[in-house]
Design a protein around this ligand. Structure first.
Ligand SMILES: [Zn+2]
Length: 153
């Protein structure tokens, strides 16, 4: 069975074995304790991708048998294509994780890179490599969609 793309690329905190952060009322955003929390998440995520990646390569080697039936061969090729695409997305995500860890080191982590507001604890827990607040992200997606539509004409 192919490792599920979503499980590797977007695991929940539960899957990573990390409890949601409980922010104290008086605690400021991105306190050193909170920074540690996100560092753990990012490290666990990186670990998981690296391990998952190995699994996929092993899987590809194991499955690389010649199927005499062309239909089997086609579906095998489709599987491999899917896996390669997952690998590509993993590579990109790993890069984003490195960038997020760098932001943590520079104490810039957790703030929108466009407007500078706090991205927010819960949003970052769901998407630890987010660099945009939800408003800027939504705007970004709308622009992207418009661009795509314009290109189609
Ligand atoms: Zn923003």
């Amino acid at each position: 069975m192919v490792a599920k793309e979503k499980d590797i690329l977007e695991p929940s905190l539960e899957v990573l074995g990390i409890s949601p952060y409980k922010q104290k009322k008086t605690e400021e955003y991105m306190s050193s304790k909170m920074q540690e929390h996100f560092k753990s998440i990012l490290m666990a995520l990186r670990q998981r991708i690296l391990e998952g990646g190995d699994k996929i390569v092993t899987h590809m080697k194991e499955e690389a048998i010649n199927y005499p039936d062309p239909n089997d061969r086609a579906s095998q090729e489709e599987d491999f294509r899917l896996e390669l695409r997952t690998r590509d997305r993993e590579r990109k995500l790993l890069k984003k994780i490195e960038e997020s860890l760098e932001l943590l080191r520079e104490k810039d982590y957790g703030y929108c890179e466009v407007c500078g507001v706090e991205i927010g604890l819960r949003r970052l827990e769901a998407r630890p490599t987010a660099t945009l607040c939800i408003d800027c992200k939504t705007l970004d997606e709308i622009k992207e969609k418009q661009q795509k539509q314009e290109e189609e004409y």
